[in-house]
Design a protein around this ligand. Structure first.
Ligand code: ADP
Ligand code: AMP
Length: 217
């Protein structure tokens, strides 16, 4: 059983790295960003609340986010193991997660931080595009679809750019997330769970580094 957290600033490649890990280890992918976007598109109360923060690149309040994760972790597909992508993002969330996992008796196996210099993150976020049908993530510069306009994964031909990837929002997102990142890394380093990988290399190499860590668990 692998219970993993992927840390990394927006655009570090958490979602991209999650895909091959999930395929190989059959883990549930828990992305709080994806869950909020789904809730927003459905117009649920959580979605309406989250939108107030997400549109400006700010963090959704810790309790709202932790409750979403707690509910998600009670679904049976997470029993064989899970990847948390984008949660926790603050030390308060990390503490709340400790309580949740203790209650559910699901200890963490490993925390992996994907490290990428900030200048590169700005570039990556502004060039990110996503398949409307299956959510696969691409990049106009570093990681385009193999056939232009056709999703590698599902063959879909409609794509979109995230509202919060537009330059006016990206700046604040990176600022807000950066402030919280070092304390989180310290939190898990103190628990002997932390591994840092170089995210500024090809996606296959990032996956190989992560896989080497997971193989020892
Ligand atoms: P996150 O989930 O951490 O926000 P994504 O996985 O969505 O990040 O990746 C952000 C952008 O960078 C996407 O456009 C993606 O295609 C691209 N990307 C992801 N990993 C790499 C990589 N190792 N090298 C270059 N570009 C990458
Ligand atoms: P992401 O897809 O991970 O980049 O998340 C998109 C947005 O959702 C973030 O900019 C936040 O506004 C919100 N969000 C996602 N995860 C969290 C979290 N763990 N805590 C607070 N806000 C979050």
């Amino acid at each position: 059983m692998l219970n993993i957290i992927l840390l990394g600033l927006p655009g570090a490649g958490k979602g991209t790295a999650s895909a091959p890990i999930i395929d190989k280890y059959h883990l549930a992918h828990i992305s709080t960003g994806d869950m909020f976007r789904e809730a927003m598109s459905e117009g649920t109360p959580v979605g309406l609340e989250a939108k107030k923060y997400i549109d400006g690149g700010n963090l959704v309040p810790d309790e709202v986010t932790a409750k979403l994760v707690e509910e998600r972790l009670q679904k049976p597909d997470t029993t064989p193991g899970f990847i948390l992508d984008g949660f926790p993002r603050t030390t308060v969330q990390a503490e709340l997660l400790e309580d949740i996992l203790q209650k559910l008796n699901r200890p963490l196996t490993s925390v992996i931080s994907i490290d990428v210099p900030e200048e590169i993150l700005v570039e990556r976020l502004s060039a990110r595009y996503i398949c409307k049908n299956c959510g696969a993530t691409y990049n106009k510069i570093s990681n385009p679809t193999k056939v232009e306009g056709v999703c590698d994964r599902c063959g879909g031909n409609e794509f979109y750019q995230r509202e919060d990837d537009k330059p006016e929002v990206v700046k604040n997102r990176l600022k807000v997330n950066k402030e919280m990142n070092t304390p989180l890394i310290d939190f898990y380093t103190a628990k002997n769970l932390m591994t840092r990988v170089d995210g500024n290399q090809a996606p296959e190499k990032v996956f190989a580094e992560i896989d080497a860590v997971l193989a020892t668990k």
